[in-house]
Design a protein around this ligand. Structure first.
Ligand code: SF4
Length: 409
């Protein structure tokens, strides 16, 4: 990353001598996460034509080249200059795990190292072709919103990811399919992206929008806007802002059909209750054009045993969504250590789905994938270090509850 480029001598204190020239300590610019507009300004600043931006973007995001020397349509002089002042750097992969069912997971170290780890999961379609590959991308280290069923929320918030670190996750996932492939033969494998990993993407707005603009840009990933989805827990004002800046599909982490329950499960609901959230989703869809990605919103609903999975909840949900074109995705809960909830039974989930389908909704049940590598939804936290007060408080609370249960027993 541009902000972490430090010369090796400044880290180790080695190589000092009286005659050495002072080193250029200006951090190198990381071209990985720059939008086309930013790259054009960058090249103009070097006295070059704007079209260099598109050329370099293709090398980075379509041919997965990080070495300027391999960029054969760029003059040797400009390549040398780029080498001196810039770099192309994805976040460091510290762990990767490929499941038998085709799911792939990466753990990245981001920013200043130590405990700043995030995870990215690639889920292939559960069909024979395996052609659809959906990447679930993280936008923050940890999360401030503390949804009560979410393991990431229990870590607390550590920091926002940069656009390099966000788009770098997509770069690494694509690149993992072409390690031994000749440059000219390289193609992109990831077909769909969901901003649904760690963090609330709308609370890291600018870097997320910049990275998503690269996903859509024909000089970078050129993905269809219907295949790029941002998932929010309901940061209402930023939903309106998103609708002004980007045309992508929208998903809402709803999880409860009434305010009292949603206040408990998704605490940001206290600030932006359901009436406001549904109205914002309707506004988002209304900004429609014929080719828009905004024909409907996807409603995510985690199935928590005895909490939000009863017949009354499905009826409330039907009422709540009656004027919002939506597809509903039921997510069997994946319990994490000390989770305060259990997963709804298969029968309960099917009954819930039937009630919604009978009312005319398209309602699917998410397949649990990648269980053998802890990549299933809600398990993203994995071994990621938690160093925040919330993590400590959570552990304390769980220990206290354990004591209460033991003393009651
Ligand atoms: S569900 Fe999403 S918004 Fe809620 S705490 Fe987890 S990561 Fe944050």
């Amino acid at each position: 990353m541009a902000h972490e480029a430090v010369s090796s001598s400044s880290v180790t204190g080695e190589h000092h001598n009286a005659t050495a020239q002072p080193e250029n300590t200006t951090p190198k610019a990381n071209l990985m996460g720059m939008s086309r507009a930013e790259l054009e300004v960058f090249f103009e600043g070097l006295g070059e034509k704007k079209f260099r931006a598109g050329q370099v973007m293709k090398w980075i995001h379509q041919y997965f080249v990080t070495d300027f020397a391999e960029m054969t349509n760029i003059s040797a002089k400009l390549r040398e200059k780029l080498e001196r002042i810039s770099e192309i750097k994805a976040p460091e992969v510290v762990h990767r795990n490929y499941s038998k069912d085709g799911t792939r997971k990466w753990v990245f170290r981001v920013g200043d190292g130590a405990g700043s780890l995030v995870e990215t999961v690639l889920i292939p379609a559960d069909d024979k072709t395996g052609a659809r590959k959906t990447l679930c991308i993280s936008s923050q280290v940890g999360c401030a919103l503390d949804c009560s069923f979410c393991s990431t929320g229990k870590q607390g918030f550590q920091r926002d990811l940069t656009s390099d670190e966000i788009i770098g996750q997509l770069w690494v996932a694509n690149q993992s399919y072409m390690e031994d492939v000749e440059i000219a033969e390289r193609t992109r494998s990831v077909t769909n992206v969901v901003m649904m990993g760690m963090g609330e993407p709308l609370l890291n707005f600018k870097p997320v929008v910049k990275a998503m603009s690269l996903m859509l840009d024909d000089f970078a990933y050129g993905m269809s806007k219907r295949r790029v989805t941002l998932s929010t827990s309901g940061v209402v004002p930023m939903m309106d802002k998103l609708s002004e800046e980007l045309d992508v599909a929208l998903a809402i982490s709803l999880h409860a059909p009434n305010d009292a329950l949603r206040n408990e499960l998704v605490p940001i609901n206290k600030k932006y209750p359901l009436e406001q959230l549904i109205a914002a989703a309707q506004r988002y869809i209304r900004k429609d054009g014929n080719e828009s990605a905004r024909k409907h919103v996807t409603i995510e609903y985690v199935m928590l045993d005895g909490v939000n999975d009863q017949a009354e909840h499905s009826q409330q949900l039907i009422k709540l969504l009656k004027d919002l074109p939506s597809k509903i995705n039921l997510i069997p809960f994946n319990p994490f250590p000390h989770a305060p909830y259990g997963r709804s039974s298969r029968n309960r989930i099917i009954a819930f789905q039937k009630a919604l389908s009978d009312a005319g909704f398209v309602c699917t049940i998410r397949q649990t994938r990648g269980d053998d590598i802890d990549a299933a939804c809600g398990q993203l936290v994995g071994q990621v270090a938690d160093r925040t007060r919330r993590a400590e408080q959570w552990k304390k609370k769980v220990a206290q509850q354990g004591e209460i249960i033991r003393s009651q027993g």
